[in-house]
Write a protein that binds this ligand. Structure first.
Ligand SMILES: Nc1ncnc2c1ncn2[C@@H]1O[C@H](COP(=O)(O)OP(=O)(O)OP(=O)(O)O)[C@@H](O)[C@H]1O
Ligand SMILES: [Mg+2]
Length: 323
């Protein structure tokens, strides 16, 4: 039996728009999605803002009712058996509030354990266990108003582990965390995976998805546009090389000139602290570099790198190919 089974799931929202002439508008947030997650698998959901990832996650965690289609978690129907299912799943949504700032981490967990009907004798051993698992054992008796964002996020994970759920839905767990905080959180996700939990992870960080996920579904405009292992997704761009050029003072027509060169697929500019980096996808690889240099005549050029495509490059091609 699959841990998650999703069949033709759809969700339409009908918000009211307009101030004077109020009208109902249809937003198809999730449009006929089907996929399975195996027991113990760490499955990723990737996709641009508004693609339908959170809406999908909310339907799978019984927080939203699907418009049509169905989904089974641990063999249980997310609509018909929602109540019973809730005690077997855990979820966190990134940037979530809902912890009590004036209480310590330990007191917060005690409160949530009673809310989730965790037997007090079980909670007694479970609370120190989850605090240890998320690395907060030494800070458990401090009020969480003094906690960093990363610590609060880890406490959210601890909270959702109290009832020992078999499957976890983590929607952007590393959002807003600094690189160290994000790394600590990924280590926790790996520990949970080692504990044989099934995990459905939504993230915008490609390195995170590449590092953690066994399979990934890329969602765009409410549909799955690719579903594969990270390696499989990268094969879609195996014909490409990526050229990265640090340049100062890029002008709008510089980009047009570059796009007009032979064999240039995409050009984007990343802004870093002190510099701008042009990222160019081309099947020509280093052969394209002299043409690029001609286009950049007169500009200050720093490092030039020609590298293999990453998951992010595969993602960009998939999503940009769709627009
Ligand atoms: N309660 C709602 N009412 C109306 N529209 C909604 C509602 N919730 C979500 N939507 C719309 O559904 C679409 C999908 O939203 P969703 O939050 O699932 O995207 P997402 O993939 O999680 O995006 P992000 O990466 O920004 O978190 C968007 O167009 C969004 O505006
Ligand atoms: Mg979302």
């Amino acid at each position: 039996m699959n841990a998650v089974e999703v069949n033709h799931l759809r969700r339409i929202f009908t918000p009211t728009v307009g101030v004077i002439r109020r009208q109902k508008k249809e937003v198809v947030a999730v449009n006929d999605i089907s996929f399975d997650v195996r027991p113990g698998e760490l499955f990723g959901l990737l996709g641009p803002n508004g693609a339908g990832k959170t809406t999908t996650t909310k339907m799978l965690t019984t927080l939203l009712i699907p418009t049509s289609g169905n989904a089974y978690i641990l063999g249980m129907d997310v609509v018909e058996q929602a109540e019973a299912l809730r005690s077997r799943i855990g979820f966190i949504f990134g940037g979530e509030r809902g912890l009590y700032w004036r209480l310590t981490a330990e007191q917060n967990l005690r409160y949530f354990a009673s809310l989730y009907n965790v037997d007090p004798s079980v909670a007694k051993t479970r609370i120190p266990y989850v605090l240890e698992l998320v690395g907060l054992k030494d800070r458990a008796n401090e009020k969480i108003e003094g906690y960093s964002r990363g610590m609060k996020q880890r406490l959210h994970i601890a909270r959702t582990l109290l009832h020992n759920p078999e499957i976890l839905f983590l929607d952007e767990p590393t959002i807003g965390l600094d690189p160290v905080g994000a790394r600590e959180l990924r280590a926790i996700v790996r520990t949970l995976q080692a504990e044989k939990k099934t995990i459905l992870l939504t993230t915008h960080y490609m390195l995170e998805a590449d590092e953690l996920c066994q399979r990934i579904a890329v969602i765009n405009h409410g549909r799955i546009i690719a579903l594969d292992t990270p390696e499989g997704l990268k094969k879609n761009v195996s014909d490409l090389s990526v050229i990265e050029l640090d340049v100062a003072g890029i002008l709008p027509d510089t980009l047009d000139k570059i796009k007009a060169q032979p064999g240039i697929e995409t050009v984007s500019v990343e802004d870093h602290d002190q510099k701008q980096t042009m990222v160019i996808h081309s099947p020509r690889g280093s052969e394209a570099v002299p043409d690029l240099m001609n286009c950049l005549m007169g500009l200050k050029i720093g490092k030039v790198i020609v590298r293999e495509p990453t998951l992010e490059d595969a993602y960009v091609r998939l999503v940009e190919g769709e627009v």
